[in-house]
Design a binder for this molecule. Structure first.
Ligand code: NOJ
Length: 549
């Protein structure tokens, strides 16, 4: 890969990287307790190397009582017992670095666990030195201070009988929010980040970072007035002097807001995760559980907008999946008769765009959503709380379960399917969450044995990015005049032009562009000839071709 771009700007490693997200609890168990662990990850580094990724985003591995599977941290400088020890973590860092893979840690600092020593202290009395690390308010008219709601259902205020005040929790009541207005809190966070930077981590994925500037009394949660001031301070005091990847989880970002985070001149973050595209299947003004069908025209315009609007004041992250989202192949693709084609189609469409792609574990082998028939099979606190909340509000159980099966987070959290042995080779014990029954046909082994598998599509896409500057740097141009269900675009770079097209449905669609194909780069139907002037695209067909510039 070239070291400089034409304008001689310094190239950052994360601009040419492909990141793989590991949800450790479900990746690989090595000791038979049914829970994935660090040793399991170490044992699979060769697999990740074979895929070709160069960075891992590691979901939280810190000490935690697991009210929200590690996103409730009780000690930021220690490892969760089920996952292993700090020595294992150091070994993972060493082995990954040796394999050319950086480890990006999950930084969860909007809140801690209620078992964190700061919160245990803070609860002791109103004048405890840690009291002000959290957000406490007196009752108003004998009830909650205001109408702020928790993202995990119910009010965001929890009553603390002993001290006679409420504390704020935007997530579960066991995840009290930190008070970022307190400079001591910020310094604690920076010290902890430096602890991890000293261990050689490759960066941070910042959990719900857009919430840390909240002003609870005005019911402002996202994008508070001091948010960017805090991030600039964080950059200065921690990673600013390191060559690392930082990516903020920002549900409320528009392109204008994204530039505030990722304009290099502002010294904040490398990039953000924006979620506009994955929220297109929810009803306007409602929450994620209120479903509506995807409108492909909207998807095209949202993604094209993000591709073209950041310019050199930002950098995109590219993703369909993560541990909070349903599997795209099931949600917007077709995980039955067109499983293989639709999984590959989503891969080609995304990986040929401009930005840093993220692959969520199992995506590269076509893992699917895993429907459940009753709430008893659900582990995730978000879905369980929503179930009870909606039940109390009079929703029908059937409708609630429809939402959970479409959007519930457990869908993407079922254990990694390594082979067709018991439990998909994830564990020799009882898995903490059911393994998807389709592990006998969808698994790593079967993918590796088949040269035409989804895995090899991902491997090839990663290689294309590593070997072709156009994939990293090329301008993006949406092709407007196509069938509504065909998503097509050009990438253009230094006289070279690639055309990428994807039919996003199970119906055939005609494609017609005024270009002459010079070379087929990729075709999920293994076509050896493509005439883009007149082509009937097959169900979920996708291709990338080099055309005359
Ligand atoms: C976003 C994380 O990705 C999600 O899994 C978690 O529940 C919330 N933030 C709270 O930390």
């Amino acid at each position: 890969m070239q070291e400089t771009v034409t304008n001689e700007k310094e190239v950052k490693w994360w601009q040419t990287a492909v990141v793989y997200q590991i949800y450790p609890r479900s990746f690989q168990d090595s000791d038979g307790d049914g829970i994935g662990d660090l040793r399991g990850i170490i044992n699979r580094i060769d697999y990740l190397k074979k895929l070709g990724i160069t960075a891992i985003w590691l979901s939280p591995v810190y000490k935690s009582p697991n009210d929200d599977n590690g996103y409730d941290i009780s000690d930021y400088e220690d490892i969760m017992d089920e996952f292993g020890t700090m020595a294992d973590m150091e070994e993972l860092l060493d082995k990954a670095n040796e394999a050319g893979i950086k480890i990006v840690m999950d930084l969860v600092v909007n809140h801690t666990s209620d078992e964190h020593k700061w919160f245990i202290e803070a609860k002791k009395s109103r004048d405890n030195e840690y009291r002000d690390y959290y957000i406490w308010r007196d009752p108003v008219n004998g009830g909650v201070p205001n109408g702020l709601g928790s993202i995990f259902s119910g009010p965001a205020w929890e009553w603390d009988e002993a001290s006679g005040q409420y504390f704020l929790h935007l997530f579960s009541r066991r995840q009290p929010d930190l008070n970022w207005e307190n400079p001591k809190v910020r310094q604690e966070v920076y010290d902890m980040m430096n602890f991890w930077l000293d261990k050689g981590v490759g960066g941070f994925r910042m959990d719900v970072i857009d919430l840390v500037g909240k002003i609870p009394d005005q019911e402002i949660t996202g994008n508070g007035p001091k948010l960017h001031e805090y991030l600039q301070e964080m950059n200065r005091k921690t990673f600013g002097s390191h060559d690392v990847l930082t990516v903020g989880e920002t549900w409320g970002a528009t392109p204008e807001i994204a530039k505030l985070y990722s304009d290099p001149a502002r010294n904040e973050l490398s990039m953000v995760f924006q979620f506009e595209h994955v929220m297109l299947d929810q009803q306007e003004g409602k929450d994620k559980w209120d479903l509506k069908p995807l409108n492909i025209a909207e998807l095209k315009s949202v993604l094209a907008k993000w591709q073209t609007s950041l310019g050199n004041q930002g950098w995109n992250s590219l993703f369909w999946n993560n541990h909070d989202l349903p599997r795209i192949v099931s949600r917007w693709g077709n995980d039955k008769e067109f499983h293989d084609q639709s999984a590959k189609m989503f891969a080609v469409l995304l990986h040929m765009m401009k930005g840093t792609p993220y692959i969520y574990q199992g995506e590269e082998i076509g893992m699917t959503n895993c429907p459940v028939s009753s709430i008893d099979e659900v582990e995730d606190i978000e879905a369980v709380n929503m179930y009870h909340d909606r039940l109390a509000k009079g929703y029908a159980v059937e409708d609630i379960m429809t939402s959970i099966n479409a959007k519930g987070r457990d869908n993407a959290r079922t254990p990694m399917q390594w082979d067709d042995s018991n439990n998909g080779g994830f564990t020799t014990g009882k898995p903490w969450l059911h393994v998807n029954a389709n592990y006998t046909s969808i698994n790593v082994k079967q993918n590796l044995d088949n040269p035409d598998s989804i895995f090899y599509t991902y491997q090839r896409l990663i290689k294309l990015r590593q070997e072709n500057p156009i994939v990293v740097w090329g301008d993006f141009e949406l092709i407007e005049h196509t069938a509504e269900e065909v998503f097509a675009y050009y990438r253009i770079y230094e006289g070279e032009k690639w055309l990428v097209a994807a039919n996003m449905t199970a119906k055939e669609n005609v494609f017609a562009a005024d270009d002459r194909v010079m070379e087929i780069i990729m075709s999920n139907y293994n076509r050896t000839e493509i005439d883009v002037a007149n082509l009937t695209m097959k169900p979920y067909e996708a291709f990338a071709v080099k055309v005359q510039g």
